[in-house]
Design a protein around this ligand. Structure first.
Ligand SMILES: *[C@@H]1O[C@H](CO)[C@@H](O)[C@H](O)[C@H]1NC(C)=O
Ligand SMILES: *[C@@H]1O[C@H](CO)[C@@H](O)[C@H](O)[C@H]1NC(C)=O
Ligand SMILES: *[C@@H]1O[C@H](CO)[C@@H](O)[C@H](O)[C@H]1NC(C)=O
Ligand SMILES: *[C@@H]1O[C@H](CO)[C@@H](O)[C@H](O)[C@H]1NC(C)=O
Ligand SMILES: *[C@@H]1O[C@H](CO)[C@@H](O)[C@H](O)[C@H]1NC(C)=O
Ligand SMILES: *[C@@H]1O[C@H](CO)[C@@H](O)[C@H](O)[C@H]1NC(C)=O
Length: 783
C-alpha cells in the first residue's frame, strides 16, 4: 500500500536506532573485556521483551478494579495491554481482595462501593508514596479501558514530563449537570473513563493534598473532584485540545461498545478506547489492534526494503540479485537466507518501487486487464459484464480509502485544514499476480480550511494506490474436530490439499511429514447405492470405472445396484445383469450386489430399496450412473460425512455435450485435467449426489416416496437436512464428474414445458465461449 504511515515509521526507526545503540554499547563492552568478536556477526534484532526493558521507567498504570472483577476484567487487562506497557501496571481493589494472577494492591480502609472516589484518591497516594521517583508518567485507568501502548508511549515521549501535565478527555459536564459540578466557566476536568494521565510533577504537587481533597468533596463524581484537586494544588487544568476527544475515545453505546465491526476510523485513531465491558471484548479488541500493528510493521518493512533496493541501485546492484550481495568480504547484505530464522523477505520483489509499470508483460496474454468500479462493477472476466460489487471488494475499497484519508490528513493540523471523504466516482483496479493490486481512484472529497481564510469546498482528487503482497505464510490448523471424530485419528490435510500444499512447500524446499499409517490403512466402508433403468452403455462405463477405482485399488467400498426393468429396452436389463454376474465371477470379494425391480422407476424408491439393505451404522453414498469419480472423492466422502454431525452434498462438475468439448479432453480415462471453463460447469443446484449415515437418513425421515420419475426427491431431502441440526458440507468436488447424456425433448410436450426442456438442453450443451466461437465461425449458416 502506497499510503505511508509516517508515524509508525518514525517509531520503527526509533527502535532501530535504539537497537544500533545497544549493539554499539555491548560490543564496546566486549572489547574492553577482551572477548574476540567476529566482524561479520549479523546484527541481531531485539525481541519485544527486551525492547520494553529499555523503557521500563516510562509510566506506571494504576487500574481501578473491584473484587468481583479480578478474574474477568482485571485479568483481561493484564493479559492484553496491561502487560505491554513500558513500565509497570498494578491493580487496586478493596481491602481484603486477593488475586493469584494480577499484581494487586488491596487498599486498606477502602471498599468496592461506587463511585470509587476513595479508591481512586488512595491509589494516587499509593503511586506517589511508592513510585513517584521511579516513573515519569502516572495513569489512572479503569478496568474497562483499552490502551494502545505503542501509541501511548509515542505520545508521552513527545511531552516534557518535568512540567506539570494533566492529560485526558476534557469534560465540563452537560448543561444541566454543569451548575451542580461547581465548576467555573473556564474550569474543566479530565473524564475518568478513557483514562487520565499525570506527569510526575503533577503527582508530586497533588499528593500531599489528596487526603484534604477527599474530605472536601463537592460532588460524587470522582473525576470531577480529582480535576478540582489538581487545579487547586498543581495549578493546571485538563488539556484543552480538540485532539484529545479523538485520542481518548469514548463510545456512547455502553455495554455493546466495541462488540461490532472494529474497522472504524474512531478505533484506528484512538489511543485509549472506552468502555470495554466484557473481558471477551477486551481480548477481541486486542487481537484487532495487534492486527493493525502487524500491518503497520509490514508497511515499514516494505518501505525499508524499497530503501535498501534504491540505495543498492545507486551502488550499481540490480534489484534481482540483492540476496547474494556482500557488503564486504565476509559480510553479506542479508545474512539469513530464505527458510532460515531471521529471514527478512525477498527484497527483489518487495524492494521494487511503486509505479504503474513495475510489471512488464512480455506477451499479449500477460497484459493485465483493468476492471472498473463505480456504482457497480464492470468486468470482462465474467459472462455477466456488469455486476454488483461483492462484499470483499467493497471492504477492500473501504480499507484503501480509509488509509488514503489518514495519509492525506496526517498534516491537517499543521496546515489548518481537514479533508473528508465523500465518495468514489469511479475507479480502476487490476490484480498483479506478482506484486499486488493496483488501483486508480477518482474520489470526491470535502476540503475544510479552518485557519485563516475559512473555506469549505468539494474537490475531486485522483489517487494512485498500490497494495503490495508481503509474502506467503502457511499456518497448519489443528482441527480438533477431526480428533473428536472417531473415524479419523489423523489431523492431516486430505490428499488433494496435500497435493497443493506439497507443491507450495516443494518450491520453498520444505518437506511435509508423510501421511501417518492410521489414515491410510483404516478406511470406513462406503456403500454406493446406484439406481439403474435401461442405459446399458452408460452402466457399463460406470461399472468399469468402479472396477478400476475401487475393486482393483482395494478400496473399502460396496456397490448396491438397484436395477429396473425398462419396458422400452428389455435387453438392457439382461445385459446389465450379465455384466454384474461377470464382474462378481472375476472378483469374489468385489462387494457388488444387484437387486431387481419390476416397478415403474422412481429414483427415490430405488434409493430407498438400497438403503433398506444396509445397517444403521453404515455410510451410504447416493450416486448416478452418469457419474465418474476418482479416489480422492472417496477420501472426501469419508472426511466430510460424520455420524450425527455432517452430511456431504458435493457440487459435481458437469461436462458439456462432447461435440462441443475441447478436442483434447479424454473422458474415458481419469478425471484429471478435465476441469476448466470450456469443458463443463459446476452444478450448483444439483443435490442428487450425497453421502450420509443410514441412522441419520432415518432420523431425517428419508425420501418422500410419493414423487415419481427423476427429480425433486433430492431437493426435498436436502431441504430436510437444512432444517435439521446436521451440518451440510457443500463444496465443489473436483473428483466427481457428471458425463453428458442426450436429453430428448418430446415433440408433443406442451409449449411451456417444451420451452423449459429446450432451455435446460441449451444450458448443458456447451460453454458460452465455445458456442460463441462456433457462431462467429459459421455466421452465415445462421442467417
Ligand atoms: C460506537 O457507538 C455507536 C453508537 O453509539 C455505534 O454505532 C458504533 O458501532 C460504536 N462503535 C464501536 C467501535 O463499537
Ligand atoms: C492438537 O490439539 C490437541 C487438542 O487440543 C492436542 O492434544 C494436540 O497436541 C494438538 N496437536 C498439535 C500438532 O498441535
Ligand atoms: C479402524 O477404525 C474403526 C472405527 O472406524 C476402529 O474401531 C478400529 O479400531 C480401527 N482399526 C485400526 C486398526 O486402527
Ligand atoms: C472397512 O470398513 C468397515 C466399516 O466401516 C471397517 O470395520 C473395516 O475395518 C474397514 N476395512 C478396512 C480394511 O479398512
Ligand atoms: C417381475 O415380474 C415377473 C412377471 O412379470 C415375475 O415373475 C417376477 O417375480 C417379478 N419380479 C419382481 C422382483 O417383482
Ligand atoms: C483416453 O484414455 C483412455 C484410458 O486412459 C485411453 O485408453 C485412450 O487411448 C485415451 N484416448 C485418447 C484419445 O487419448
Amino acid at each position: 500500500m502506497a499510503a505511508q504511515k509516517k508515524r509508525t515509521l518514525k517509531a520503527f526507526v526509533g527502535v532501530l536506532i535504539g537497537i544500533l545503540m545497544s549493539n554499539l554499547l555491548s560490543s564496546s563492552h566486549f572489547c574492553r573485556s577482551g572477548v574476540e568478536r567476529e566482524a561479520s556477526r549479523p546484527m541481531q534484532l531485539l525481541d519485544e521483551e527486551n525492547r520494553r526493558a529499555f523503557n521500563k521507567n516510562l509510566l506506571f498504570v494504576g487500574v481501578i478494579t473491584a473484587a468481583r472483577y479480578l478474574d474477568t476484567r482485571a485479568k483481561s487487562v493484564y493479559d492484553t495491554w496491561g502487560s505491554e506497557i513500558s513500565g509497570k501496571v498494578t491493580f487496586f481493589s478493596s481491602e481484603g481482595s486477593k488475586s493469584d494472577y494480577v499484581p494487586l494492591v488491596a487498599l486498606p480502609f477502602v471498599d468496592d462501593s461506587y463511585p470509587p472516589q476513595r479508591k481512586s484518591f488512595m491509589m494516587l497516594k499509593y503511586m506517589h508514596d511508592h513510585y513517584v521517583d521511579h516513573y515519569e508518567w502516572f495513569i489512572r485507568a479503569d478496568d474497562d479501558v483499552y490502551m494502545r501502548t505503542d501509541k501511548l508511549e509515542e505520545l508521552l515521549r513527545s511531552v516534557d514530563s518535568r512540567k506539570p501535565w494533566f492529560i485526558g478527555q476534557t469534560g465540563r459536564g452537560n448543561t444541566e449537570e454543569f451548575g451542580q459540578l461547581s465548576l467555573d466557566s473556564d474550569e474543566n476536568f479530565c473524564m475518568g473513563g478513557p483514562g487520565v494521565i499525570l506527569s510526575r510533577e503533577t503527582l508530586k504537587r497533588v499528593a500531599p493534598h489528596l487526603d484534604h481533597c477527599l474530605q472536601e468533596l463537592y460532588t460524587t463524581h470522582e473525576d470531577v473532584e480529582l480535576g478540582r484537586c489538581v487545579r487547586k494544588y498543581a495549578g493546571i487544568s485538563c488539556t484543552w485540545s480538540y485532539e484529545m476527544q479523538v485520542i481518548f475515545y469514548h463510545n456512547q453505546s455502553g455495554e455493546s461498545a466495541f462488540s461490532s465491526d472494529l474497522k472504524q476510523k474512531e478505533v484506528h485513531r484512538a489511543i485509549t478506547l472506552h468502555p470495554v465491558k466484557k473481558d471477551q471484548l477486551m481480548y477481541r479488541l486486542h487481537k484487532y489492534i495487534k492486527g493493525l500493528n502487524i500491518q503497520n510493521l509490514q508497511q515499514s518493512s516494505l518501505l525499508l526494503h524499497r530503501d535498501i533496493a534504491a540505495s543498492m541501485d545507486e551502488l550499481g546492484h540490480q534489484v534481482g540479485g540483492l540476496s547474494q550481495v556482500k557488503l564486504s568480504q565476509s559480510l553479506p547484505l542479508f545474512p539469513a537466507k530464505r527458510g532460515a530464522p531471521g529471514y527478512l523477505g525477498e527484497t527483489s520483489l518487495l524492494g521494487v518501487p511503486t509505479k504503474l509499470n513495475r510489471y512488464t508483460p512480455r506477451t499479449l496474454e500477460n497484459v493485465l486487464e483493468w476492471e472498473i468500479v463505480s456504482k457497480t462493477l464492470y468486468s470482462h472476466k465474467d459472462l455477466n459484464p456488469r455486476r454488483r460489487i461483492g462484499s470483499s471488494l467493497k471492504e477492500g475499497l473501504g480499507d484503501v480509502t480509509r488509509e488514503i484519508m489518514e495519509l492525506i490528513n496526517s498534516y491537517s493540523k499543521q496546515r489548518g485544514r481537514v479533508i473528508e471523504f465523500k465518495d468514489i466516482f469511479y475507479g480502476y483496479y487490476r490484480v498483479n499476480p506478482i506484486y499486488g493490486v493496483d488501483l486508480i481512484l477518482d474520489m470526491l472529497l470535502v476540503y475544510r480550511k479552518y485557519r485563516g481564510h475559512k473555506l469549505t469546498v468539494q474537490v475531486r482528487r485522483h489517487a494512485y494506490v498500490q497494495q503490495t503482497y508481503t509474502g506467503t505464510f502457511i499456518r497448519e490448523i489443528n482441527n480438533s474436530h477431526h480428533l473428536l471424530d472417531r473415524h479419523y485419528s489423523s489431523t492431516e490435510p486430505e490428499p488433494i490439499h496435500r497435493h497443493i500444499i506439497n507443491q507450495i512447500f516443494s518450491k520453498l524446499n520444505v518437506k511435509l511429514p508423510p501421511l501417518s499409517k492410521s489414515s491410510t490403512n483404516n478406511k470406513t466402508n462406503i456403500n454406493f447405492i446406484l439406481p439403474v433403468s435401461g442405459r446399458y452403455e452408460t452402466f457399463k462405463r460406470f461399472l468399469k470405472h468402479y472396477e478400476e477405482q475401487c475393486i482393483l485399488q482395494g478400496e473399502n467400498t460396496s456397490l448396491y445396484i438397484i436395477l429396473y426393468k425398462n419396458e422400452s429396452s428389455p435387453e438392457d436389463f439382461t445385459n446389465s445383469l450379465r455384466l454384474v454376474k461377470d464382474l462378481n465371477f472375476r472378483y469374489q470379494q468385489g462387494g457388488v450386489r444387484v437387486v431387481t425391480s419390476n416397478d415403474t422407476f422412481t429414483r427415490g424408491r430405488a434409493l430407498q430399496i438400497g438403503v433398506e439393505l444396509l445397517q444403521n451404522k453404515d455410510l451410504m453414498l447416493f450416486i448416478d450412473v452418469d457419474m465418474i469419480f476418482d479416489r480422492s472423492t472417496l477420501e472426501r466422502i469419508r472426511r466430510n460425512t460424520v455420524i450425527k454431525r455432517k452430511v456431504y452434498f458435493p457440487i459435481v462438475y458437469s461436462l458439456y455435450n462432447p461435440k462441443f468439448l475441447n478436442e483434447y479432453t479424454n473422458i474415458s480415462g481419469s478425471t484429471q485435467g478435465i476441469i476448466d471453463e470450456t469443458n463443463g460447469f459446476w452444478r450448483q443446484f444439483g443435490f442428487g449426489i450425497g453421502s450420509l449415515y443410514k441412522s441419520d437418513y432415518i432420523d431425517l425421515g428419508g425420501f418422500n416416496l410419493m414423487i415419481s420419475g427423476w427429480g425433486y426427491e433430492d431437493v426435498t431431502f436436502y431441504d430436510n437436512v437444512v432444517k435439521s441440526g446436521l451440518k451440510i458440507v457443500r463444496a465443489v468436488d473436483p473428483g466427481l464428474i457428471h458425463v453428458y447424456h442426450n436429453v430428448q425433448c418430446d415433440e408433443h410436450l406442451e409449449v411451456g414445458q417444451k420451452a423449459m426442456c429446450l432451455g435446460s438442453m441449451a444450458d448443458t450443451m456447451g460453454a458460452l465461449k465455445t458456442l460463441q466461437e462456433l457462431f462467429l465461425k459459421y455466421k452465415t449458416l445462421f442467417r
